[in-house]
Write a protein that binds this ligand. Structure first.
Ligand code: NAD
Length: 496
């Protein structure tokens, strides 16, 4: 039995109040096609209100000692823990991911709360020697002010916590625009902040479209930082607009992640990891494995074992504990995946399994696509270069370790990569040479831990990272402070 929300229509969360908006649109459960809730379509004056409230609240919040700010985040962590099952069930209903993965995603939020709350007693700067006598020098982190957070639908709670928690611990106020497809996690998280006692206005949730609300965030002069996760097209436009305003922007975007399977790999383990990385969240993870770069010596065996294992992938409504692969977020997602199946076939890749939408019987109302395996793909094919964002994986045979690294790196993205080998020399060369922000050895391409930096090289981002202590760099400015206690004018570099 699915959990019901207490409301049929969500409201914005501004200055600690639930503010209704006249225009709204329906949110559908991708597994059943049923409308779950109405989400507000806010306009620019709603954004204006939220930003002004945040601006005022931030002045006070920045003066609250960071260990006290941390107390609020610890309470948020405990509330997330207490409500984990409810949140997970709701997440599966709005996003479609299977319940086990939804629980994992909520757990990431819990981990992030407890981890980053600890920063309330660190937020380290540096003290350094000064060049001159009787002078003190140090650097410290300062909050930037109001930060704008724009999040995607595929990890609607985890990504929000990777961004909002570090922003809050550092003394900023937040305006947050969640994806329209998955507003329930934002609603639930705002309720948790409210119960945890976060002062009014420190976090504000404005629901609505990217082109109205997101765009207003990007262009608002009182928003000093934009932290965005989403697609490359949107990210590029946001970066260009922020560039013109000299606004700091952190971008986490797409991936074309590969698992490399060498001739000495543990194939059974590799198969398990490929299935989990390629078909988990129906391939709709930024770190999803969509390429398998396989040594030609084990290619046939790997194909056979993958095909055999794929037989056991149960597809359906993720609320059912026995389901392994849930639905695709919407019909546009299905259409994009279908188009890549045609592209792959026309390019000459061999379709070994799947390649079709499921439309009959229990699948009729939802958006389902069969887990798909291509083989004999070449590194330059579009299916091996472009993000498909669905349960589609392509095998690319290679002749050597060196070629595997080259193929892995020969894409515009640089998020995650993985290698299966038992040769320690290859392991160390691979972790050095794989040009991605995340590297796994003898594990799939997914499964980031929140105390490490999350993000990618090249076209995946612009050099910033979510989560880990590195997230603080996005939401703070460095301030250098000099205290001269000599009582005389000491000129730097001159009176030495
Ligand atoms: P998207 O770019 O369509 O939307 C992301 C967010 O941006 C949404 O909230 C959307 O409303 C908003 N938006 C859209 N147009 C905007 C505009 N003009 N101005 C401001 N905001 C705007 O992406 P999506 O389809 O929601 O998410 C899938 C993408 O996200 C994939 O490419 C995936 O790889 C990527 N992703 C990356 C990471 C990472 O950390 N690297 C993590 C998860 C997802």
């Amino acid at each position: 039995m699915a959990i019901q929300l207490e409301t049929r229509k969500l409201a914005n969360f501004i200055n600690g109040e639930w503010v209704e908006v006249s225009e709204s649109t329906g949110v559908t459960n991708p597994a059943t096609g049923e409308e779950i809730v109405q989400v507000p379509l806010s306009n620019t004056s709603d954004v204006e209100k939220a930003v002004q409230v945040a601006k005022e609240a931030q002045k006070e919040w920045a003066l609250v000692p960071a260990p006290q700010r941390a107390e609020v985040l610890y309470r948020v962590g405990y509330l997330l823990k207490e409500r984990k099952e409810r949140l997970s069930q709701l997440l599966t209903q709005e996003n479609g991911k299977v319940i086990e993965e939804a629980r994992g995603e909520v757990q990431e939020g819990i981990d992030m709360a407890f981890y980053i709350a600890g920063e309330g007693r660190r937020l380290f700067g540096q003290t350094t020697p000064a060049e001159l006598k009787n002078k003190f020098a140090m650097s410290q982190r300062a909050p930037v002010g109001v930060v704008g957070i724009i999040t995607p639908w595929n990890f609607p709670i985890a990504i929000a916590t990777w961004k909002s928690f570090p922003a809050i611990i550092a003394g900023n106020a937040v305006v947050w625009k969640p994806a329209t497809e998955t507003p329930i996690m934002a609603y639930e998280l705002a309720k948790i902040f409210e119960v945890a006692g976060l002062p009014k206005g420190v976090i504000n949730v404005v629901f609505g479209s990217g082109s109205t609300v997101g765009d207003a965030f990007v262009h608002h002069t009182d928003i000093r930082v934009i932290s965005f996760t989403g697609s490359n097209d949107t990210g590029r436009n946001i970066a260009a607009a922020c560039g013109k305003q000299l606004k700091k922007v952190s971008l986490e975007m797409g991936g074309k992640n590969a698992v490399i399977v060498m001739d000495d790999a543990d194939l059974e383990l590799a198969v398990e990891a490929i299935l989990w990385s390629a078909f988990g969240t129906s391939g709709q993870r930024c770190t999803a494995c969509s390429r398998v770069i396989v040594h030609e010596a084990v290619k046939e065996t790997l194909e056979e074992r993958l095909l055999a294992a794929m037989e056991y992938l149960t597809i359906g409504n993720g609320l059912n504990e026995s389901i392994k692969v849930g639905p695709i977020i919407n019909k546009a997602g299905i259409d994009k995946i279908k188009s890549y199946i045609e592209i792959g076939k026309n390019e000459g890749a061999k379709l070994l399994a799947g390649g079709y939408e499921l439309t009959e019987g229990e699948y009729r109302q939802g958006n389902y696509f069969a887990p798909t395996l291509f083989t004999d793909a070449t590194a330059d094919m579009r299916i091996a270069q472009e993000e498909i964002f669905g349960p589609v994986v392509s095998l690319i045979p290679v002749k050597s370790f060196e070629e595997a690294i080259e193929v892995n790196n020969g894409v515009e993205y640089g998020l995650s990569s993985s290698i299966f080998t038992n040769d320690v020399n290859r392991v160390f060369k691979a972790q050095r040479d794989l040009d991605t922000g995340i590297v796994y050895v003898n594990a799939g391409t997914t499964g980031a831990e929140i105390h490490l930096p999350f993000g990618g090289t090249k076209g995946t981002g612009n050099g910033h990272r979510d989560s880990g202590v590195q997230a603080l760099d996005v939401f703070t400015e460095w301030k250098a402070v000099y205290v001269d206690y000599s009582g005389t004018l000491q000129r730097a570099q001159i009176d030495v």
